[in-house]
Design a protein around this ligand. Sequence first.
Ligand code: GLY
Length: 569
Amino acid sequence: MSSCRGGAGARRVQYKSLALLVCVWIWLLPAGAQPAPARSGIATAHPLATRAGEEILAAGGNAFDAAVAISATLAVVEPYASGLGGGGFWLLHEADGGRQVIVDGREVAPAAATRDMYLDAQGKPRAGLSVSGPLAAGIPGQPAALAHLAKRYGRLPLAASLAPAIRHAEQGIVISRGIGMGLKFRAEAARNSPAFSAIYMPGGEPVQAGATLRFPDLARTLRRLAAEGHDGFYRGSVARRLVAGVQAAGGIWTREDLAAYKVVEREPIRVQYRDATLVMAPPPSSGGVVMGDALNILRGWDLGRLQPVERQHLTIEALRRAYRDRAMYLGDPAFVSMPIERLLSPWYADGQRTSIRLDRATPSDELPGIAPAASGGTNTTHFSVLDAEGNRVAGTLSINTWFGAVFIPPGTGVILNNEMDDFSIKAGTPNSFELLGADANAIAPGKRMLSSMSPTFIESPRGVAILGTPGGSRIISMVLLSTLAWVDGADARQMASLKRYHHQYYPDVVSYEEGAFTAEEKAGLEARGHRLELSPRSFGNMQVVTWDRETGRVDAASDPRGGGEVTVY
Ligand code: GLY
């Protein structure tokens, strides 16, 4: 590993001898092996989830056990964002041998789902059906993924890793301002689910911030999962209650749908950008392909030598093209054949680059392709874990929009996802996140809906970053901006807090956070023809853990936009 870099700056000088030792040590290690960081780092969106991870590491668990504990605790403490009724992607790195894998716990369409199930007789989308109520819910993947993580990768029994979540569900959590706001937003749909309203809207009104809520049904469901593993959720009394509740409210799940659910292990997508290797989620997440596509385009310029406005313009143009490819080509690999090799090839990027002008934005409708298509949920969560041995997990989990389908099958405590909205319910019709889709992401029984969730590792001579964020269709551009920042030397805190902008091909606008552009940059982008729109809300809730191989330093940062917490010890 002759690529260990000599340093500039005070800290580098301070650590010079140590850095030299580390370089020699790395060089002597067998291929694939890496030194252990000796410290652990955790970043999650909620202090109780971070503490659950810490508790499990302290009990002798590894990063994978901690990931189970964190995922399950997030299901309790962030009930609007992820949960047993949802799914996600867990990107793993095993320190011993260096194997990397994506555990795909994405939801699947039930067997009775049909391509046009959300359209009326005139072929128009029926408002709300793919967003609220049991018809909006795919068959959940998170419980299966947690059982799989514990059995295949963990060191502790599943029951031990689920214990913190069960404790919080039984003892209760204090309702935060965020939960209160989300409830107000979904209150109308919630009235159609008596089991949801009984918990979150006693007396017919959303519970207020500061109240303590207990979740005895959810605790019982978690206990079943703890005692029986996968089958504790997908068969037996929990499955019976889930299906009965869904069918009684007009949904189409069957016991067979639940019994058939399986996680899939997938090879991650790897893309080289300058001196960094990105390890990312493959379809049915669009994250890896879209990021790889965009970074390959950007590789054609030395961005560091350009003016900020030129760099921003090129990043927007790369995103425009990569999100167009998302809409056109991507879906569940079990159902569609995708030109991934072509989309990630250098010659494809060369071709894309020739259509980009430095002085002018390309209107999206000038690119060959489809009209408007769809995106992913803003209510999602992410955590990053590194254990002292060097095992890593980047997990992004979701029930899609705020409180998912706002529906709880009675007696389960499980809030169902509304991920069916991540399918293209009609080609060219934008979803909740204004993402477009085509046939590749059409609904079919047993199919996984396309996701934007992008758990990512960045590996470079400088070290490793473990990152991800919620944010629906914006997840990918957020992770891309932080990746560019890491390559330029940013630390965990800078990656999590940098101001963000986004373009997703359709709508043809650059959405940006206050402070993302200076007045001069805004003028420069507008002069090129970009339509800028200040976002009324901030973007994302990024969680980053980094390990600097030169100094051995482990850092963690939680997005200042959220209420998360980190630990390094
Ligand atoms: N529902 C969020 C996503 O998968 O993109």
